[in-house]
Design a protein around this ligand. Structure first.
Ligand code: ADP
Ligand code: MG
Length: 739
């Protein structure tokens, strides 16, 4: 019986502590005890506990210290100082008090390695038996500088886990991932020891919470273990009860890290399970199937073989193969295609659409703006070449006669392919049979808009969906936000793409030099973007600033050239005219706010100057920069801002958007450490990024395997997991966080 029990605790099996031996006899976990209400002495403390959300014993065990602080050495105490000490009781006794009605005082002498101290406890005569000589205590209070200490909070330190810093967590094998992190942690266990600091309130101090946890420490054995031994062994994780216990009492960085890793794994696993369960339910919802597109490739094959003016990159070929496999299934594809501007997503999307067309079905592509929709339509027509595919463009400015014609042909099936904006999801639009829908810049659409497109399938049927984004998302965020989508990444830019040299400019001399470089490029027949200073207060102010910059350049540094202005306060037609003027080369310089569309393709533009660049995020700057380097000429990006900006330095150094996205996350991650975690970039309690990237991948793999085998967690071996998941998530998938 005992032999088959799961390993618990940190001590290696050969060296059980006395207490563990005492606890070892057949005592099965009784999770019900965790649900018991938490009893706290005193009305104020009770109120404090409630304010902290500590209603049950389980709440208490899950209420983890925010940090550990080194205790003060007694010999270093300064008069009037409030401090936390770790001491041992040398002598303890009650002393009667004269005043009537008062309980006896408890006086004790305590000491650490440095000095001894007299302390007095009021109103708690039972402490004499609670804290016999030799007990190690944490004391929080105020020193008077004359060898006395007024105690405000006290708790025994955890003895069961021992002071032995060599104790290591019992994981089924070597703790993976600990070594690297523990190496850079500061050396643990100065002689006085560290003290856990809990989130506390006025009524309930950190030390009181510690005392409560001590009081309930036997309950760690009742913590539900949702993961089976085989999984824990494979993932090299301690059991959850042990991890929680260690999070409270860990001695040393290594234990603490091993515990954190387990709790982070649970957090990531539950998140992934919830996402994948939601996805599974969507797929298996009554009657929702998708057209099976597994017929012979004719049109698409012909097009691939002869219609393209270039050869596909390896990433593009992989994407096509993945899409092929998805489309051949009777359940709707849900794939996210990530690739930077210029990585060739349109070709991939068009392929998926052609697969629908060659099955006699229909395809749609929805873009967030008219400009983008028009560009897609033009690109698609160009890419299709001579292929006889009937395609149409539908946007908000499609004339009503034309619109009626398009809607009629969509409904009858005469039209195979439609490109458009939100206009596509209007009520009046219906398809004969929509098989493939592509959503470009998917993050710019709301959930309901994507659902509306989904609903354009034939009755009881959903189209295959391909979501596209040009925003490189770090793998961790992609899993966190889109873990319910299959993911394909186009990393490799098509050959022939020119590198963009990027420089940070800070001085006046550099500004003069930058304008000189722009004039050189213009003289050589190239074109330039100037991105105006960012004014956040209002669009109107921003527009005024852009106009002023436009005037300044036109009369100053760029007076011999033709400039055109574009900003957010202009009407769509005006913006379009400005853009067209620049695109056809009539204007040499486009002075603009960041309204420049993501998809703008002017291969002749080779310079971009960004004012106030350090006010933009890394990804935004990278997106902006993606509008140059699209032709046959080398390009130059000039970022004006502080030379010591790490973001600007990263941009100058890196050209790969995914690498930049990782750096961005890392820089923001450091901000988290500085206490801005609540900024909401990554709402995790335990997981840390980018350090836990691999852990996240593993959690997702496991979640996928579990949901594939047992989507509703109905198998007996998943019963505890299901219970934990319901408790952890309230059964919901985590809210997506936008990168
Ligand atoms: P994205 O939509 O990802 O920004 P596009 O699909 O619009 O990229 O492609 C950008 C440009 O690169 C287009 O002009 C396209 O024809 C071209 N292109 C796409 N794939 C390749 C390739 N494999 N080799 C060369 N050029 C390509
Ligand atoms: Mg595109």
């Amino acid at each position: 019986m005992l032999a088959s029990m799961q390993p618990r605790g940190f001590a290696s099996s050969t060296a059980l502590t006395e207490e563990q031996l005492r606890d070892a006899p057949v005592r099965l976990p009784a999770p019900a005890r965790l649900a018991a209400p938490l009893r706290v002495e005193g009305a104020r403390a009770q109120q404090g506990a409630r304010a902290l959300g500590l209603h049950t014993v389980a709440d208490l065990l899950e209420h983890l210290p925010r940090e550990r602080r080194e205790a003060r050495a007694v010999s270093e105490l300064v008069a009037g100082e409030t401090a936390t000490l770790v001491v041992e009781v040398r002598r303890i006794a009650t002393r009667a008090v004269r005043r009537r009605g008062m309980r006896p005082l408890v006086e004790a002498t305590v000491a650490d390695h440095s000095a001894a101290l007299r302390v007095t406890f009021f109103n708690q005569p039972w402490l004499v038996s609670h804290y016999p000589v030799g007990t190690r205590l944490i004391l929080h209070g105020k020193a008077d500088g004359r060898g006395r200490f007024t105690v405000q909070g006290h708790a025994p330190t955890d003895q069961g886990l021992g002071r032995a810093p060599q104790a290591s967590i019992e994981v089924a094998s070597r703790p993976v991932g600990v070594a690297s992190r523990a190496a850079d942690a500061t050396a643990p266990s100065a002689p006085v020891g560290s003290v856990a600091h809990y989130p506390a309130t006025e009524g309930l101090s950190s030390t009181q919470i510690l005392a409560l946890v001590q009081q309930h420490r036997a309950r760690f054995d009742d913590v539900i273990e949702p993961l089976g031994l085989a999984i824990r062994r494979r993932e090299r994780l301690p059991d959850r009860g042990t991890a929680l216990r260690a999070a409270h009492f860990a001695h040393g960085a290594q234990q603490a890290e091993c515990a954190r890793r387990r709790l982070a794994f649970d957090e990531l696993l539950f998140g992934a399970l919830a996402l994948m369960q939601a996805r599974h339910r969507r797929h298996s919802a009554a009657g929702v199937s998708a057209p099976v597109l597994d017929g012979e490739a004719q049109l698409s094959a012909r097009w691939l073989a002869g219609g393209l003016p270039f050869t596909l990159t390896a990433d593009q070929r992989t994407a096509l193969a993945e899409i092929d496999a998805d489309l051949a299934q009777g359940r709707p594809m849900q794939r996210l295609l990530m690739g930077e501007v210029g990585s060739g997503k349109t070709v991939v999307a068009l392929y998926a659409m052609l697969r629908a067309v060659e099955h006699g079905l229909q395809a749609a592509l929805m873009a967030p703006t008219e400009t983008l929709a028009e560009q897609h339509f033009a690109t698609i027509q160009k890419l299709l070449g001579a292929e006889p595919v009937r395609a149409g463009l539908l946007t908000g400015s499609t004339p009503s006669g034309r619109r009626a014609d398009l809607l009629g042909k969509l409904a009858s099936g005469q039209l195979s392919m439609i490109v458009g904006t939100h206009a596509l999801i209007e009520e009046a639009v219906s398809f004969q049979r929509l098989a493939v829908a592509v959503v470009d810049e998917q993050h710019r659409f709301g959930v309901s808009q994507r659902a509306a497109l989904d609903a354009k399938g034939a009755p009881g049927e959903a189209p295959h969906l391909l979501h596209m984004t040009a925003t490189p998302i770090p793998r961790t965020l992609a899993l966190r936000n889109h873990g319910d989508l299959d993911q394909t990444t186009l990393r490799e830019l098509p050959r022939g793409r020119q590198p963009i040299a990027t420089h940070v400019c800070s001085t006046e001399a550099e500004r003069e030099r930058a304008y000189a470089r722009i004039r050189e490029e213009l003289a050589a027949g190239r074109q330039a973007f100037v991105v105006c200073p960012l004014v956040e207060e209002s669009d109107a102010l921003q527009a005024r600033a852009a106009t002023a910059e436009f005037e300044r350049l036109r009369e100053g540094p760029l007076r011999d050239h033709t400039l055109v202005l574009m900003h957010g306060q202009m009407r769509p037609a005006q913006k379009q005219a400005a853009m067209a003027e620049f695109a056809c080369g009539q204007a040499q310089v486009l002075v603009a706010t960041t309204v420049i569309e993501v998809g703008i393709d002017v291969p002749n533009a080779t310079v971009m100057l960004v004012e106030d660049a350090d006010r933009y995020g890394i990804s935004q700057l990278h997106q902006l920069r993606g509008r140059i380097g699209r032709g046959e000429h080398a390009s130059l990006c000039l970022l004006f801002g502080r030379r010591d900006s790490r973001r600007l330095q990263a941009l100058a150094r890196e050209s790969d958007g995914f690498a930049l996205a990782e750096i961005d996350l890392e820089l923001r991650g450091q901000g988290d450490l500085a206490g801005t975690r609540q900024s909401g970039d990554l709402a995790y309690r335990f997981a840390e990024f980018p350090a836990d990237r691999e852990l996240m991948e593993r959690a997702h793999l496991l979640a996928r395997a579990i949901i594939d085998a047992d989507p509703e967690l109905e198998l007996p071996e998943h019963a505890l997991l299901r219970a934990a998941l319901t408790g952890a998530q309230g059964g919901r998938a985590p809210e997506p966080i936008r990168a």
